[in-house]
Design a protein around this ligand. Structure first.
Ligand SMILES: [Mg+2]
Ligand SMILES: [Zn+2]
Length: 402
């Protein structure tokens, strides 16, 4: 990258303005060996890259004054206190910021001169709310909260409660959102011990981040249901792991995907015979927190890539992200995913089959009266109508019975 170009394009304006003119000139005049100059420019680009990832579009010095370490905030709070200012402290996750957050912080700020906000680290959010949260990483959540007018200082903390924060900051006012009474707050005695007060601000906004997430999921489903319908045809319901791709414990890395032997040939034969292909797969690893929905999608994309040259496409992929303990309707051997497919896709129930490598696949089909093909080399007893060594054998066996 050209030296002049990179300076112009990547250096934040606030920094550029503060570069003293004299230094720039002196640098340009100093005779430097070429190699050294190249290294320096590389170093500068690296520094700029680092700045970019931390900056998040917030001008550097404004951000530095608002988001900092707990120790830095403690220092500032001490100064404010000596100036006779009343410090309020509150904390939260602030994942997917909404108007309720803003109302709450504005109300909190009305009770103090300086509002300090602790933002839960990603690690502590996962510990509190499960592996699918937060949606927004801690640095971004902190930067967004710092961008709100009522907020004077922000730090990120790792503990699961506020005891350490209160001990360190000793705010005159400890502010909590919620309906629970101050007496029951575990940290209340801690605050009162140094003469502080606890203030509870009732939550006015009904919408929570969790509800927002559920709305997004529901709308995605609604969109999928509006897809144009085709002519009704029998379907082959396919398990994914152990049938289309080789069974790997909790498969979630796309590079570990391997198609089973003759998989593409078998699927091609079924498509040419005018079956709809519908994948129904249990993905308990999501519910257990071993991997994310996004990991699951990335394995699917690897599967599409591997099958694309053979012209293979699937009508729909249904997956159950729950684990056994969730007791959902979709986890096989329960037939919830197949029922949904029958509601949402133009499928002729008569002539449809399920192909699986486990008895739970066969049972999910049997619950709705679909015959099954069990792909498995171990000869354990099965309710399956047919047995096969791989997908091609399964496809041929199904077509033989038509
Ligand atoms: Mg399987
Ligand atoms: Zn489920």
């Amino acid at each position: 990258m050209a030296k002049g170009l990179s300076r112009k394009q990547e250096q934040p304006k606030t920094v550029k303005l503060r570069v003293p003119r004299g230094r720039k000139v002196a640098k340009a005049l100093s005779p430097e060996p070429v190699q050294q100059r190249v290294e320096r420019s590389g170093e500068r680009i690296r520094k700029q890259e680092q700045q970019k990832t931390v900056n998040l579009g917030v001008p550097r010095d404004r951000k530095a004054s608002k988001v900092s370490s707990r120790e830095q905030v403690q220092e500032n709070a001490g100064r404010w206190r000596r100036q006779g200012q009343r410090i309020g402290y509150t904390s939260g996750v602030f994942d997917l910021l909404h108007a309720g957050h803003l109302d709450y912080l504005a109300e909190a700020r009305r009770h103090c001169d300086r509002l300090v906000v602790g933002v839960n680290s990603d690690r502590s959010v996962r510990a509190n709310k499960g592996p699918s949260r937060p949606i927004v990483p801690e640095a971004e959540r902190a930067a967004l909260v710092a961008g709100l007018k009522p907020v004077d200082a922000v730090f990120i903390f790792d503990e699961l409660n506020n005891n350490a924060n209160i001990e360190i900051l000793k705010p005159q006012l400890y502010i909590k959102a919620g309906d629970y009474d101050a007496a029951r707050l575990s940290s209340a005695p801690l605050v009162r011990a140094y003469g502080g007060e606890v203030l509870l601000i009732p939550v006015k906004h009904a919408v929570s981040t969790s509800e927002r997430i559920e709305t997004v999921i529901a709308r995605c489903h609604a969109r999928a249901e509006r897809l144009p319908a085709g002519e009704p045809r029998p379907a082959i319901f396919l398990d994914r792991d152990g049938v289309i791709c080789e069974e790997v414990d909790f498969l979630h890395e796309p590079e570990k995907l391997r198609l089973t032997p003759h998989c593409a040939q078998g699927l091609k034969l079924l498509l040419e015979s005018r079956y709809r292909l519908v994948v129904v797969t249990n993905q308990a690893g999501i519910g257990l927190g071993y991997y994310t929905h996004e990991d699951f999608f990335s394995v699917n994309r690897a599967m599409f890539r591997a099958l694309k040259d053979d012209g293979i496409f699937f009508d729909r992929i249904y997956y159950c992200p729950h684990n056994e303990a969730d007791n959902c309707r979709c986890r096989k051997p329960r037939p919830g995913m197949l029922e949904r497919a029958l509601e949402e896709l133009p499928i002729l129930a008569a002539g449809s089959w399920i192909i699986g490598d486990r008895e739970s696949d066969i049972e999910a089909g049997a619950a709705l009266g679909f015959p099954g093909v069990r792909i498995n080399r171990t000869p354990e007893p099965s309710r399956a109508r047919l047995r096969a060594g791989n997908l091609l054998e399964a496809a041929r066996a199904i077509l033989d019975l038509r």
